[in-house]
Design a protein around this ligand. Structure first.
Ligand code: PLP
Length: 233
């Protein structure tokens, strides 16, 4: 087994255990291996260990990698997506995680209709209220969900967040709990075309508390592939 494959299996094991400990079925949380900046060879190592869900945050890199890797991979677009890049990825992803504006949702809808498909999206929440972060504020989200839900060509499958960087992963538990509550509040609005099936939250440093609080996708890069070198991109 490769080092990458080994890391993947160890974290998968943790995710399964944390699911069971919090009373959930172990398949209720999917481990997405975040492969941004990482070469195709390392992605194959994780694939050979059984991983089928990979996350990328850069459109060009995603588009380059897709044809070089097996067709049964589910690609997750997890980064900040610019409206003018949407046309390159629509139809190629399993899920678009970081939808952070009505305008972006509109463009995804428009390109999807053009391609005769419906795209599954997650709305990004700035749960820590950080200046530097993308995403809707919780109260703002409650207001815009009905508007976004009317856009043709998309399905709102849930919410996504990147919690603040923290020393102790337990510090972010409250943010993950707030995300879960927010998804319950949105579900209560009973808007057509809004599902709230998925919560994408938790990264290398804090995925353990995210699983405990109900994450359906954890996005783990460094702990599987090692540190990133952005100069190679
Ligand atoms: C890079 C990235 C991750 C993975 O971060 P790690 O700390 O390396 O696990 C998760 N989510 C998003 C949105 C990212 O851009």
């Amino acid at each position: 087994m490769s080092i990458t494959g080994d890391n993947y299996l160890k974290i998968l094991d943790n995710v399964h255990r944390l699911c069971r400990e919090s009373g959930r079925d172990e398949n209720e949380c999917t481990l997405v291996a975040v492969s941004k900046t990482k070469p195709v060879d390392l992605i194959k190592d994780a694939y050979d260990a059984g991983c089928r869900d990979f996350g990328e945050n850069y459109v060009q890199e995603l588009v380059d990698k897709i044809p070089k890797l097996p067709g049964d991979i589910r690609w997750h677009m997890i980064g900040h997506l610019q409206t003018n890049k949407v046309k390159y990825i629509v139809g190629k992803t399993y899920l678009i995680h970081g939808v952070d504006s009505v305008k972006l949702a509109g463009e995804i809808g428009k390109q999807s209709v053009k391609n005769g498909i419906v795209s599954d999206i997650l709305l990004e929440v700035n749960i820590g209220n950080e200046e530097s972060k993308f995403g809707f504020k919780p109260d703002e989200l409650l207001r815009v969900v009905p508007e976004i839900a009317q856009i043709e060509g998309i399905r709102i499958k849930g919410l996504m967040t990147s919690a603040p960087i923290c020393e102790d992963p337990e510090e972010n538990r409250v943010f993950f709990r707030n995300m879960k509550q927010l998804s319950i509040d949105i579900k209560k609005q009973k808007t057509d075309n809004v599902y709230m099936d998925f919560l994408s939250m938790g990264m290398s440093g804090d995925y353990e508390s995210a699983v405990g609080e109900g994450a359906s996708f954890v996005r783990v890069g460094t702990a599987i592939f090692g540190e990133r070198d952005y100069s190679l991109r």
